[in-house]
Every structure is written in structure tokens, then in C-alpha cells.
Design a binder for this molecule. Structure first.
Ligand code: ZN
Length: 415
């Protein structure tokens, strides 16, 4: 199983938007840009919403069938580890091995020593095609990187082999993710991480490092765009070089987590993948859920009542909702509209505050981030919420498709 050059992680928390999402993918295909959709959902999301991995498979398969979609598509067991991977074995054919918790913990001294012995040949000036300056690598630096990441890569190896023993080699796609850590990984760290991944025999087709800057949920990138652009290009160069050096899968590419809505870095990303003729996996995650809320608001009536109720409850349960996402949100509480103010809004006003249109004065990134993590409240509404989604199907569908196609695909893959 070989992942195509461009792919997109399209989370669909409530399993109602697969067709709307696929419509965006098909629109791109008509323009000559082939993107493989990957329906991803993490164990955390499943637990909060009380769904099972099989539900994602069912939603994906039926959307594909109903639309007569003939391209490749995948179901991603997102951010799994040894503790929960078994729940996903049957339904998934894409596995995002999350070993972030194992970074920064040192492997046994003899394992580190062996790694350093093998790779000290890269010490000195390391020149990589596509990067102007050489990296200055020392043996001590290799040792530091090994101490920081080897244990995590070993863990990824264990998870990979566990899945392989159940599904058989070549029957699934493997991603290694280290994005949910405090520190970004530098291009030179990435190089040695890839060496370790090759040593473990993990046929990784995507790798998700933590990039420089903040990737808050549902809002734009926060950080130094030029710095990001430089590191991103260097990462692409490092991957191309490492594939040759370490015999990794030739389609190995970067995966950008929380990649939705990062509008200010889409141009550098687009230029870089063009320059290096590189692939890309972009995970958009919860942005579709926000379009559902926008669509509910726009449909007025019960839909707007539900949207306002979720917002009001999200203010009351702020800490509970934000806690699990503390490192990936940045909400200025003082800039959140009061429930009284929101109560007086029309559906259109509600949508304007929430929709990610930076040219719109009413857009409120604080409210957007809070509602991004508030999907639990919709899940608690059960059928009342799901019935509202059905009742407002048409308007929601157009919001979901427009968001993925106009605000994401067209900005990243062509302009
Ligand atoms: Zn992630």
C-alpha cells in the first residue's frame, strides 16, 4: 500500500460530512490536483464522542460508494500507541504512531553508543542538496539527538511490528508522529531520527515533526513565517537525502498536524513542495466540526438555538474543555463575547464571528478556538444534535466543501 504524493487528513468528528469532504477532493481532481482523502480520528476523539473506529470506516466507505468515488482513500488510526492500537486494527489502513511521550527519555547507554558509532561518519560538515549552508555536526550532537529520540523511535518500532503482526506487511500505511511535544525538531534532528526509523525497519511513508511556531487549533499560524519557511525547506531536503542514505520508502513525506487554517504558511509550503517536487500530508482535523456549527447557525431556528447553547455551555465548562488541549490553543478570555451578546445575534452574525475569514471584522479567533474544543458538548446532546445536522444538511454541506476546497486545497496546492 503506497500513499499518493498529496493526501489530506479530513477529520469528521460526528461522521456526517464524508460526502461534503469528498466533494472538495473531487473538485480538486477536476482541476488536475489529485489528493487522497484520509479520514482520521484519534482515540481521544472517539472516547469523547463515544464512537468506535468501525464508525469511521463505515462513514468513509458509504460516502465513497454513494458518490462513485474511484480514487484511493484511507482510514487513519490517529495518534495511537501500544495501549489503544488494538481497537483500530480492523478498521484502519493508516496508522499514526504517536511517540511524543517517549521523546526526551534516554534509551540504554549501549543502544545510544551503538547508534553514535554507526552514524559518526556524518560528523563534520554535512552538505545536503538543496540546503545552502552545510550543517556542522559533532559526535556530541549525534549523541544528544540519540539520547533525546532513540527511545521514542524504538517505541514506534514496537507499535509498527505489533500492527504488522496483525495486518501483514505492506497492508497499511505508517506515519510516525512527534508533534505533540514541547520542543520543535530541527532539520538536523530530523535527519538522525530518520536514520533511527530506518534502523528500526519502520517503512514510514509520512513523518510528523513538531515545527517551529505555534499550531493552535482552528486558527492561523503564530510564529516567524520566514523561520518556518526555511526550516520547512530544509526538512524537505533532509527527507530527500535520508531516503537515499537510509533506504527509506521513496514516497516518504512530511505530515503537518493541526495543519488546517494555517493560512499564513500555505504560500511558503506551496512554494517549497513545488521547489523540491515533494509530497505533502496535511491534517485538517476539527475544522469540519466548526463548519457544522456555522451551518447550524446559518440555518436559524433550532440550529441557531443549538449553536448558541453550545457556546454558552462552553463558557461555563471552559476549563474542562480546554484542559486536554492546553498546549494547542491560546484563548484570550476577555475577548470572548458574552452569552447575552451572542443571544442577540442572527445566524449570519454567529457565522461571521466563527468563520475563519481574517478580512471580516467580526471574526473572533478566541470564540473559534473555544468552540473547536467544545465538540464534547454537541456529543452530549446526542440525537438532538445529530437530527439538527440532518435538518440543516444542505447549508452545512456547502460550508464544509467550501472550507476544505477554497480555504485549504486551493491555497496550498495551487493558486
Ligand atoms: Zn497531531
Amino acid at each position: 500500500m503506497k500513499l499518493e504524493k498529496y493526501s489530506m487528513g479530513i477529520g469528521d468528528r460526528f461522521g456526517h460530512q464524508a460526502k461534503a469532504q469528498l466533494t472538495a477532493i473531487e473538485k480538486a481532481a477536476k482541476q488536475g490536483v489529485n489528493i487522497s482523502p484520509v479520514w482520521n480520528k484519534s482515540h481521544r476523539e472517539h472516547s469523547i464522542i463515544k464512537t468506535r473506529p468501525a464508525d469511521v470506516r463505515t462513514a468513509a466507505d458509504s460516502a465513497v460508494k454513494e458518490m462513485g468515488y474511484s480514487g484511493s482513500y484511507y482510514v487513519d488510526a490517529d495518534h495511537i500507541g501500544l495501549k489503544n492500537v488494538d481497537l483500530f486494527i480492523e478498521s484502519s489502513d493508516f496508522f499514526t504512531l504517536d511517540v511524543a511521550d517517549f521523546t526526551g527519555r534516554a534509551a540504554a547507554a549501549e543502544i545510544i553508543a551503538k547508534f553514535v558509532e554507526k552514524y559518526k561518519k556524518y560528523a563534520g560538515k554535512l552538505k545536503i542538496d538543496g540546503i545552502e549552508d552545510s550543517f556542522q555536526i559533532t559526535v556530541e550532537r549525534i549523541e544528544q539527538i540519540a539520547a533525546k529520540y532513540l527511545l521514542a523511535v524504538k517505541e514506534a518500532g514496537q507499535i509498527y511490528r505489533h500492527i504488522e503482526s496483525k495486518k501483514g506487511a505492506g497492508n497499511f500505511i505508517t506515519e510516525v508522529s512527534m508533534d505533540e511535544t514541547d520542543q520543535p525538531q530541527t532539520p538536523e534532528e530530523l535527519f538522525f531520527i530518520l536514520a533511527a526509523i530506518a534502523d528500526e525497519g519502520i517503512p514510514a511513508q509520512t513523518i510528523a515533526p513538531k515545527f517551529t511556531g505555534r499550531f493552535n487549533k482552528g486558527v492561523d499560524y503564530v510564529g516567524d513565517v520566514d523561520q518556518f519557511a526555511m526550516e520547512f525547506e530544509q526538512d524537505l531536503a533532509v527527507i530527500a537525502f535520508a531516503v537515499g542514505e537510509f533506504c527509506l520508502p521513496e514516497n516518504l513525506k512530511l505530515s503537518i498536524h493541526s495543519g488546517s487554517d494555517k493560512f499564513s504558511i500555505y504560500e511558503p509550503i506551496r512554494k517549497a513542495i513545488k521547489k523540491f517536487d515533494a509530497g505533502l500530508h496535511l491534517k485538517t482535523a476539527g475544522t469540519t466540526w466548526l463548519e457544522e456549527i456555522i451551518g447550524l447557525g446559518l440555518s436559524e431556528g433550532e440550529g441557531l438555538v443549538i449553536a448558541k447553547e453550545i457556546y454558552k455551555n462552553s463558557l461555563e465548562r471552559f476549563d474542562e474543555l480546554c484542559g486536554p488541549y492546553a498546549t494547542v490553543i491560546d484563548i484570550k478570555k476577555d475577548n470572548l463575547p458574552s452569552p447575552q451578546a451572542v443571544d442577540s445575534w442572527s445566524g449570519n452574525e454567529f457565522a461571521k464571528a466563527l468563520r475563519h475569514d481574517q478580512n471580516c471584522a467580526a471574526y473572533n479567533p478566541n470564540m473559534r478556538q473555544l468552540l473547536h474544543v467544545a465538540y464534547k458538548l454537541a456529543a452530549e446532546m446526542g440525537d438532538r444534535f445529530l437530527n439538527a445536522l440532518e435538518a440543516s444538511k444542505e447549508v452545512i454541506t456547502s460550508q464544509v466543501t467550501e472550507n476544505i476546497y477554497n480555504r485549504h486545497i486551493s491555497r496550498i496546492f495551487y493558486k
